[in-house]
Design a protein around this ligand. Sequence first.
Ligand code: PMP
Length: 401
Amino acid sequence: MIDINKIRKDFPIYDIQPKLAYLDSAASSLKVRSVIKQVDHYYMSLGVNVHRGAYELAYEATKLYEDARITVSKFIGAQEDEIIFTRGTTSALNLIAHAYKEILKPGDEIITSELEHHSSLLPWMVVAKKTGAKLIYIPLTKEGRITVEGFKSVLTNQTKVVAITHVSNVMGYKTPIEEIARLAHEKEAIVILDAAQSVPHMEVNVKELGVDFLAFSGHKMFGPSGVGVLYGKENLLNSIEPFEFGGEMADQVFKDHATYKEAPLKFEAGTPVISGAIGLAEAIRYIESIGIHEIHEHTHQLHQYTLDKLKNVEGVTIYNPTADNPVIAFNVDDVHPHDIATMLDQYNISVRAGHHCAQLVTKFLGVNSTLRASFHVYNNIADCDTFIDSVKAAKEFFLSF
Ligand code: PMP
């Protein structure tokens, strides 16, 4: 059992906004004090570049940055040189897709799904257009889930890439990725997992999942924005072309060509996101100090509590009552989701309204947009009660016209 009062004190936003009921963690989590302090420490006490200087400050900054890589690698069960710091999930997934522009051929197949966030889908649309490869969608169940059976029905000898989400940011469904990866590897396809929504909520071990590449963002797990991670199997990383070219990634440079360092530096051209990486490592230490299972248990309870109450509110449609992640996609019948979200804001409740950068999901649901309430470790029962009462009040207000 976590001590929620103690946890809320770790998030300085509550000092300024004690009434805040923040239910938009699937978009970005609140930021923890220790992370802010660690980022501050880098800027206040170091502030210099990494990998370059032959002076004490540079050594210290480099050590913090490279230690952050080790912290991340242990957190997801990878090797240190399999961790690339990026700007976020989006840039990590684009990096990989870009590399496959040079590898895929006409007729090759890329398996994806309608559950994808645009950052796991649009890069592959571009790759398909450029190479002549085909985008193939896993048929979803009625509920909207990816299943092994659905995957098997589209897996062929032409499948070269499987690029899917671990957990949907709208529906909160978890993909049975272990079995999917195993089947994909039988066809020698590579598996790229968008783990932006899973890493902040559950234990993720890349070796156990069996994926080839995996991406996530710091800002959804109490870390800074502007930093993310691309995990890649060492041999694969060393066999693909870099995305960006510039400082610190080259080995030898000649007038007409250059050679590159090995991963991870090959993929970190230019000055990297130093403060971001250092902050992300601190965020991981924070998660570990509470325990990812404890976090999961706490948010699961809040999720169930809220779902049970919301189900009893007449005129509310819940699209994902069996979600695995603590996220509720819903609408108030006959009221535009943006109107509800704006009204909830009057009660200090932050929820998201829209297509959540996953338009194929809202299309699958047959709507233009939904509301989304999502929970994390700092939420408490009072947040859930305020939310339910305010949804009821907003509904009454709009339907009274
Ligand atoms: N994939 C999923 C499932 C997401 O939820 C998000 C963030 N909404 C992203 C990718 C993109 O992450 P970022 O904006 O941090 O690059």
